[in-house]
Design a protein around this ligand. Sequence first.
Ligand code: BES
Ligand code: MN
Ligand code: ZN
Length: 503
Amino acid sequence: MNIMQIEVKVGRAESESAEVLVLTHCEGEGLGKQDAATIDKALSGSLSELLRSKEFEGKAGETLLLHTHGRVPAKRLLLVGQGRRKDLTLDSIRQAMGQAVKRVRQAKAGSFAAACPAVTPKGRSLIEVAQAATEGAILGGYQFTAYRSDDAAGKDIAGMTFLTSQKAQVRQLTEGIRRGVATAEAAVFVRDLCNHPSNVMTPTRIANEAKAIAKEEGISLKILEQKEMEQLGMGALLGVARGSHEPPKFIILEYNRARKKDERPVVFVGKTITFDTGGISLKPAENMEHMKADMTGGAEVLASIRAAARLKLPIRLISILPVAENMPGGRAMKPGDIVKTLSGKTVEVQNTDAEGRLILSDGLAYAQRYNPAALVDIATLTGACVVALGQFAIGMFGTDDRLKEQVRKSGLKAGERVWEMPLWEDYFEQLRSDVADMRNIGGRGGGMITAALFLSKFAGDYPWVHLDIASTDWSERERAYIPKGPTGIGTRLLIQYLIDRSL
Ligand code: BES
Ligand code: MN
Ligand code: ZN
């Protein structure tokens, strides 16, 4: 997908010539003194008539398109509902813009203009509003057409003009758009990687994607091949990779634009299983194709470091991806096998389908080399997370209250909310093994928790947060700015955390 061009323009909506002019409206309100009121006059009161008759009320998700027949320079007007003013959040703006873009595309328009939302959610800045509008517009238009030979999906929209009547707003709007483009194009990148099937998006292809990203200014790259992993003793990652013909990769990217020399970095670790069959503990056939997206965490930490570089954030960031394909095969790991992890701890592999925590244990142990100021891992880790949280919350665990609070706030701002779960040591009894330091499954009950507790044993004493994105990773239906299928949720949270941290 091509990312649309977005520009800011100082001007009045009633004199803007556009294919479609988008006006957002809050439910239950009149036209006030805004752009809409002037346009209403030019249209001899059609807008107020629509509101009076309740044909358009401004409810969230509502859209109405009308032709102007030359009475204003814009060919068509698109009214988009934002819901009630008192309930307005950044996400209402994202959703309204997502709906708008879909309707504009349906109308076969190639570009559109949007008046800057007149109301700002409580406590939010104009920069944040512009960022959210940009994200909604780009992400709402997302489509994955790489393997389609028809053009049924419709053309990408080429451009959007963001209108403001106040020259003083231009700087903030421009900054918001800059951030919004960076976060949205990162999420688009993640969706694409997750949509590509596993016969294309192999560990080697992931390594090639990392190489492309390392061309960005300020990013350096190191890729460990199987031999080096053996020398280092990454028995957990190697164990998972054994059943596959695809060689595993261990990818480390570093970005440094920190103001201080020797600044302790933020380290992201992302689970990157290019396909999860379950291995010898084979998964059932139904929905197994979703497991092509079991590399979402890795794609997200890859996208985040690219975004940090493009935004020139004054931080030091390391992104680590343990990459493998989880397959059954003649040489595959078997239940009961014991692996020695990079940390030195041994693990009895009671279930080869609990592979995410294995590869992450080596990823987290490696991360400790960087003496991280904050260590965050992100993973499509457990089916239990889906059961516990459904589609609307990421599972969060962590050892550091400040870091958890920062992640929680950034998630709320990004519209990718986290919900904290307990990381109590009591649960460790479920992970005890008779023959090794621990086993890789926790038995009945608390599956998301025992997985997180397993990981905690490899994070050292660093401020650490674990995000289980199995719940949000794949959407069963299309939403305002979230497509059916891979969502990329988590990407904008990570980047927002980096932005908020560097302000
Ligand atoms: N990748 C899966 C988790 C998953 C499930 C992600 C559904 C997205 C949607 C993970 O590797 C897995 O298979 N976990 C097992 C762990 C179990 C064997 C302890 C699970 O949750 O069933
Ligand atoms: Mn699995
Ligand atoms: Zn998995």
